[in-house]
Each structure stands twice: as structure tokens, then as C-alpha cells.
Design a protein around this ligand. Structure first.
Ligand SMILES: [Zn+2]
Ligand SMILES: [Zn+2]
Length: 514
């Protein structure tokens, strides 16, 4: 997951609505899914979506009804559905809502979502949104970006002590899920705390981690949520098999102490002592968990992590063999969710740097593979891509949103709302959920798109161009690291050789004496 804290005010109305505007000059929504018609080029445009120039758009539909998303529906929603456009609202004066008294109409405009939800798809794309001021706000924030899946923190992910889940927040969450048509048992995937390491070898810390973990699982059950994503943890420099058996023990205990919730282990980038880079580690973990509990364990593929761990998800053949390996080692039935992130760092770099879809080393082709994979139908797919933007600029200011791995922990320490900026400093970056709104539509548009066709090629090239400078920077860093590693290795080998030859000399000398 990305860096924002659950108490971050990122999605409050007074924040981004003013900064985030849409461009609807031609009367069609830039947010509407690109149509499949032959002549029309994709209208999904990340740049325009996060542009400060704007007018407002009417949501395509306000009343959600996602009940019928299952088997009898075609994978690709109908052209008719896709052709439905959001109608255009009259341009609104760019006033500061805090200063100006808002008319009822203005208030209505502000409560309009950034993008309408696409209905009838079998792919459920959403983002890790803010749950500031109550878990139920994650539903509003998801609806705002046109998401069909929800990820959130159930409590602060960086604190051990948290207030209990309030009854009214719980009731509100359940009510809104029903009202808005979100299936909490299928498409809501909370993210666990970064502090929790169930593979912990320190007794007291292990107890603390388990207590927090169990508390989250119980919150899930109170909210009607089945899937709960968390990081497998770290070996803390103990042997991997020992760490895995501690993790397995904790999981069995947690499953026994709850009834329905399914802990879902996230694939990691394999840096340092992090567990979960290689798929074989999940196989080894499952082997330590009695079979009767297996239906209560899941795996979530984080595309950025698994790519950084070394798996090829971009070429269709690589993607196919990744899934074949997953099925062979773990079993595809364990796959319960996906985190969709591109990667700023190259494959195998073991760096956890999330990039916007199509701009990183994974590239749009990887996401075409994903969005057209029948085995991913019905699973929650969650974006954890960077969305902080300086108003008026279109590039993410963060060096990629990290996902809580040890490797990039510094990145997460950036203040979400910095102290007062010195006079003359540029504008502060603010989270712009419009980026997610556009990425959701972009991903949905890939369903059924011909990857050899002009539309896909144009999209792929444009997004790749956007990320070029960033990729070059990280490729350079990676190349230098490999070079340094090589030198270090050669030096060590030289040292060992030196020691060896000294030993030989001594030996020879000794032999000569004999
Ligand atoms: Zn993730
Ligand atoms: Zn994560």
C-alpha cells in the first residue's frame, strides 16, 4: 500500500475538489471508458484528469447496483454501456469553498463523484482510499473515484494504540455498502498495519503484533469484510524456516479465534529479510498450516512487488508462466486479490517503488495481461499508485509510493501535510484522487482491447513516454548498484583467494619442512 495515513484528511471536500477539476470541452467525459468503436481513440487521459483547468461533470449514474455482476454477464461490458456518457455540468466559478458561501447547487456539485462507476464488469478495480474520520468514508471516497473495489486501513497503520471501532461507524459502513452496492464480503480488502510482523521472534513484540492483528480481523468481521491483506513480515535475520513456522503458528491461532475472515498474504519484493518475495515461500508456509485451515488463507499479488522480486509479468509468455508457477507452487484457488501498481524500479531490483499505471517498467502490456485474465474475475483489484500532485503540474512529487517494505521506508516518512512553507516556495503537493479515477477507467478500458491495435499502441506509448525520465533514473541507480555489488564480490573473492594462497604457501612451507 501507499503512504497516506488513515487519519490523513486527503479526501475531505475542502481539499481536493478545488484543486481537482476536469476538462470536458467536447461534451464527453474524459473519464468515460474509452469506447471500443474502431475509429475512436481512447479518451482516457491522465494528464487532463489531473489538470487544474476544469468544469464539473454529472455522474453517469448515482445509484449503484452491482448485484448482477456475475457469470451470465459478458466479460466486456456492452458497447451500449460504455457509450453512456456523463453529461456536462455548467462550468463552475473557481471559488474557495471555505470563503464563499455555497449555494445548494454548488454543494450538490461538490458531492458529485469525479468519475461514474462502470457497471457490469467482472473486474473490480478500486484504490486504497482514505478512511479518515471513520471507516465508512472509504465508501464515499471509492464512489468518488468510480471504484468497484475498496481498500482502506481499519485503524492507524503506524500506531499500536488505537480507539476501538465505533458502533455507529460500523453500522454506517454496513449501511453504505448495501446502499451503494459494494459487496464487503468480496470486494473490500483492508490493509494491515506496517508495524505488525507475525514472524517476529521476540516474545513480547510477537504478542503485541498478534494482538493488533487479531483486533483487525475482528474489525473485519464486525464490518462484514472477509478478506484482510497483510505483509508476511520479516525473518529478522533468523533462518527462514523458523520465521515461517512462527508465522504459520500465529495464523492458525488467529483463524481459530475468528470465524469467517480470510487473512490474505501479500507478495513482496524480496528485499533483505522480507518474507514473500519468492512464490515458493508461500508454498512452504502453507505446508506448515493444517489443510483444514487452507480455505481461510489467501494470497494477494502485488504486481510491483512480484516484478521487483524478479517475475516477468509484462510479456504474455512471462505472465503465463508466472501464473503457472503460482498455480503449481501455491494453487490458484489461494489467489484472492491483486494490488495493481507499476514499478519505477527495474525487474529484479527488489525495490518497492510504485509507479502510475503504464509509466513504469511493467508498462501497460502487463496490465493488459491482468485485465484480460479470466482467473482474476471477481477479485478485488486495488491501485496503490502515487497521487500527490502539485496543482498545475502533472507529475507525482513523491519518489513512488512505497508499500511498507523495509527497503523504501524512508519514502514513507515524508510529512503528509508539511509545516508552513517558506515564502517563495512552490505550491505544496496535494493528493489528487482524480489520478485514481483516471487509472480505474484506463484499466477497465483494457478489457477486450486488442494489444496489437492502434488504440492500445498509442496509449502504451504515451504512458511510457510520461515515465521515461523516471525509469532512466532508476535504471541508472540499479546499474550502479549491480556494478558496486560486482566489485564487492570480486574484492571478496580476491581476499578469499589471497587467504587461500597464503594458506597454500604455509601448507607448502610446512610440507617443505617435513
Ligand atoms: Zn501492495
Ligand atoms: Zn502492502
Amino acid at each position: 500500500m501507499c503512504c497516506q495515513e488513515s487519519e490523513s484528511p486527503m479526501c475531505e471536500d475542502s481539499g481536493f475538489k478545488v484543486n481537482h477539476k476536469r476538462n470536458l470541452s467536447n461534451g464527453t467525459s474524459e473519464l468515460s471508458p474509452p469506447r471500443r468503436s474502431k475509429r475512436q481513440k481512447s479518451t482516457t487521459n491522465l494528464k487532463e484528469l489531473s489538470s487544474p483547468e476544469a468544469s464539473e461533470l454529472e455522474p453517469e449514474e448515482f445509484t449503484p447496483a452491482l448485484k448482477e455482476e456475475v457469470d451470465d454477464k459478458p466479460l466486456v461490458d456492452t458497447a451500449k454501456e460504455k457509450k453512456k456518457k456523463a453529461s456536462v455540468k455548467k462550468p463552475k466559478e473557481d471559488v474557495n469553498p471555505k470563503k464563499a458561501r455555497k449555494s445548494k447547487k454548488d454543494q450538490e456539485l461538490e458531492s458529485m463523484p469525479l468519475a461514474p462507476r462502470t457497471k457490469g464488469l467482472r473486474m473490480f478495480v478500486g484504490a486504497h482510499v482514505s478512511a479518515a474520520k471513520g471507516v465508512f468514508n472509504s465508501i464515499h471516497n471509492t464512489e468518488n473515484i468510480g471504484g468497484n473495489a475498496i481498500a482502506l486501513f481499519l485503524k492507524s497503520q503506524r500506531k499500536w494504540d488505537n480507539p476501538a471501532l465505533q458502533d455507529d461507524h460500523r453500522d454506517q459502513f454496513r449501511k453504505l455498502c448495501l446502499e451503494k452496492g459494494y459487496d464487503a464480503a468480496k470486494h473490500v480488502l483492508p490493509h494491515g498495519s506496517y508495524l505488525v510482523n507475525l514472524a517476529q521472534n521476540d516474545k513480547a513484540k510477537s504478542k503485541q503484533a498478534y494482538t493488533s492483528f487479531l483486533d483487525d480481523l475482528r474489525r473485519c468481521e464486525a464490518l462484514g469484510i472477509t478478506l484482510y491483506n497483510f505483509h508476511p513480515g520479516s525473518t529478522n535475520q533468523t533462518p527462514l524456516p523458523e520465521a515461517l513456522s512462527r508465522l504459520a503458528e500465529m495464523l492458525v491461532q488467529a483463524i481459530t479465534e475468528t470465524t469467517t475472515v480470510v487473512p490474505v498474504l501479500e507478495t513482496m519484493c524480496g528485499h533483505g529479510n522480507t518474507i514473500g518475495g519468492a512464490l515458493s515461500e508461500f508454498r512452504d508456509l502453507l505446508a506448515l498450516i493444517p489443510k483444514q485451515h487452507h480455505s481461510r488463507i489467501g494470497i494477494c499479488i502485488d504486481t510491483c512487488h512480484s516484478f521487483a522480486a524478479g517475475y516477468d509479468l509484462t510479456s504474455p509468455a512471462g505472465f503465463k508462466s508466472f501464473l503457472a508457477e503460482f498455480d503449481e507452487l501455491i494453487g490458484i484457488q489461494f489467489l484472492r486479490a491483486l494490488h495493481l501498481n507499476d514499478s519505477k524500479a527495474p525487474r529484479g531490483s527488489k525495490r518497492d517503488l510504485h509507479a502510475n499505471i503504464g509509466t513504469g517498467f511493467l508498462g501497460l502490456r502487463a496490465f493488459h495481461n491482468i485485465m484480460n485474465e479470466p482467473r482474476f474475475e471477481g477479485l478485488p483489484m486495488v491501485l496503490e499508485t502515487p497521487i500527490d500532485r502539485v496543482p498545475g503540474q502533472n507529475v507525482a512529487i513523491r519518489d513512488g509510493a512505497a508499500d511498507g517494505s523495509e527497503s523504501e521506508s524512508e519514502k514513507k516518512k515524508q510529512p503528509k501535510k508539511g509545516p508552513k512553507r517558506p515564502a517563495g516556495a512552490g505550491a505544496a503537493a496535494v493528493p489528487d484522487p482524480g489520478v485514481w479515477a483516471a487509472e480505474i477507467k484506463l484499466l477497465e478500458s483494457l478489457i477486450g482491447m486488442d494489444p496489437e491495435g492502434e488504440e492500445f499502441r498509442a496509449l502504451e506509448a504515451r504512458l511510457s513516454d510520461e515515465g521515461r525520465a523516471e525509469r532512466e533514473k532508476h535504471q541508472g541507480q540499479y546499474d550502479r548498484k549491480l556494478e558496486a555489488d560486482e566489485k564487492k564480490k570480486a574484492k571478496e573473492a580476491g581476499k578469499a583467494k589471497g587467504q587461500k594462497s597464503l594458506m597454500d604457501m604455509m601448507k607448502q612451507g610446512g610440507a617443505a619442512k617435513e
